[in-house]
Design a protein around this ligand. Structure first.
Ligand code: NAP
Length: 484
């Protein structure tokens, strides 16, 4: 029998056990008999110690030369790259996505660190002309102080990397709480910074349930900013709980449409639907969950989609040739199966619609890729985020009707259109209410060097993540009037 490793918090420069003395298990969703590791079930006192360590470290870290901060990011990136294959396998074991995708996620996290190491060396203020010849007026852009980073399980290393890298390189200190369902990848990210020589207190890592550590990480008076990615319900709660002087950046849920018109290339539309809807078992915030198809091609589209979906291989992300892995958590499995039962009452089940309990899938959270057609516009499966391998095909009458249906949603994260009509491409980019607009590409996927974020209830209407814009959240502006 293999022994289960126990992992610790990282607070004030030390790997340490929680003061509660309790731990929780991180389980493999492809085989729940496999416990990936035990993590600290931290409480309020641990969270407070982490916040205070970050506050104490802020002054010296802020004064460190930007080049020295950037060097730590570059060394941490190199560490992640060196260990990407092993860390990727761990990510697959704790979250379920395919091994190649998991390794890519570590490489992408490293790329993010490298991007911010360079980008942050050129942020600056402005100078302003004035009537007083003896006075200079300019702005200083400075770090905020202690930043809380709270991340979800679906991208357990790339999402925290795109928050922690800009936070640190701008001179903030960080308390990082990973999702309890995939904490090991976040621990590896923390370890990369530790190996790179980050000074004590500058980055702190605390595992534990949202209810136990959340109130301190959100409400402690030292916390100047909270960058959160997760569900809209949790994001809204955190945003409301934060004080007036605490900045928030919330990246939340989605119900992302792909629009297919009579003139669209059906094969291409089917491939984009499958890739956008079923990769990561539908657990991407930008995953395709609604396909809006004009009536003229609906039957042909659904037939091809069903045939290709039925050929997908479901299984453990550790196995070669697998297209769709497990759902990441027991809760997610329950939610998705509930929505499938709802869908059976609301629309026509075309394929899938069941949990897989046979063979290698017997001990995991596997669900067949599922398609519903003839989905009414007001159906729950047409409107609510499911976050699983379930696609709702909705009939529309043409481009204008498709836009009206696409925009009739509380969410506005990502949207795509399949077309070769250049005029429609431009119209779509302007008509659609989504922060990420794709044309002839999947709703999923975004670049490290471009801004990312949602509209409406997919995001707080504050700051973008990623790219150069991603720095703005972590900097505040002072205006200086210097007379001689
Ligand atoms: P979640 O349940 O909201 O949890 C996300 C993180 O927040 C976890 O670390 C969780 O801790 C913590 N948390 C939850 N409530 C909290 C509170 N009141 N105070 C402090 N921390 C709290 O979301 P999830 O199930 O992990 O992720 C799936 C959701 O994330 C989907 O809705 C998806 O669309 C969204 N998502 C959005 C984006 C984007 O960029 N827009 C990207 C990826 C995912 P515990 O794990 O301990 O509960």
């Amino acid at each position: 029998m293999t022994t289960v490793p126990t992992f610790q918090n990282y607070i004030d420069g030390e790997w340490s056990a929680s003061l509660t003395g309790a731990t929780f298990d991180n389980v493999n969703p492809a085989d729940t008999r496999d416990v990936v590791g035990r993590f600290q079930a931290s409480g309020e006192a641990d969270a407070l110690a982490a916040v205070r360590a970050a506050a104490a470290a802020f002054g010296a870290w802020k004064r460190l030369a930007p080049g020295a901060r950037a060097k730590i990011l570059l060394d941490a990136a190199a560490y992640l790259e060196r260990h990407a294959a092993r860390f990727g396998e761990e990510l697959t074991r704790e979250e379920g996505k395919q091994k190649a995708l998991a390794k890519d996620e570590f490489m992408r996290a490293a790329q993010t660190l490298r991007f911010y190491a360079v980008e942050a060396q050129s942020f600056g203020g402005e100078t302003f002309p004035g009537d007083d010849a003896g006075m200079d007026v300019y702005t200083l852009r400075e770090p905020l102080g202690v930043v809380t980073v709270i991340s979800p399980w679906n991208f357990p290393v790339s999402i925290p990397a795109r928050k922690i890298a800009p936070a640190l390189v701008c001179g903030n200190t960080v308390v990082f709480k990973p999702a309890s369902d995939a904490p090991l990848s976040g621990l590896r990210l923390t370890e990369a910074f530790v190996e790179a020589g980050i000074p004590k207190g500058v980055l702190n890592f605390v595992t534990g349930s949202a209810s136990a550590v959340g109130p301190v990480l959100v409400g402690a008076r030292e916390v100047r900013a909270i960058s959160f990615t997760g569900s809209t319900a949790a994001g809204e709660q955190i945003h409301r709980a934060a004080s007036l002087s605490t900045r928030t950046q919330m990246e939340l849920g989605g119900k992302n449409p792909l629009i297919v018109l009579d003139a669209s290339d059906i094969e291409r539309a089917v491939d984009l639907t499958i890739k956008g809807g079923f990769s990561l078992a539908g657990q991407a915030c930008t995953g395709t969950s609604r396909v809006l198809v004009t009536r003229g091609i609906r039957a042909a589209f659904v037939e091809r989609l069903a045939a290709k979906t039925a050929a997908l291989v479901v299984g453990s992300g550790m196995q070669a040739g697998v297209d769709v892995g497990p759902l990441a958590t027991a809760g997610q499995l329950r939610t998705v199966l509930d929505y499938i039962e709802t869908g059976k009452r609301e629309a026509t089940l075309v394929c899938g619609g069941e949990r897989i309990m046979q063979g290698d899938c017997a001990h995991g959270y596997f669900v067949m890729p599922t398609i519903f057609a003839g989905v009414p516009r007001d159906a729950r499966i047409a409107r609510e985020e499911i976050f699983g391998p379930v696609i709702a095909v909705i009939d529309v009458d043409g481009y204008d009707d498709a836009i009206a249906v696409a925009n009739d949603s509380e969410y506005g994260l990502a949207a795509a259109l399949v077309t070769q009509d250049a005029r429609l491409m431009h119209r779509f980019a302007s008509d659609i209410e989504a922060g990420t607009v794709k044309i002839n590409r999947t709703t999923t996927g975004n670049l490290v060097n471009a801004p990312f974020g949602g509209l409406k209830r997919s995001s707080t209407a504050t700051f973008r993540e990623s790219g150069r814009d991603g720095l703005d959240f972590y900097l505040q502006t002072k205006t200086v009037y210097r007379g001689v």
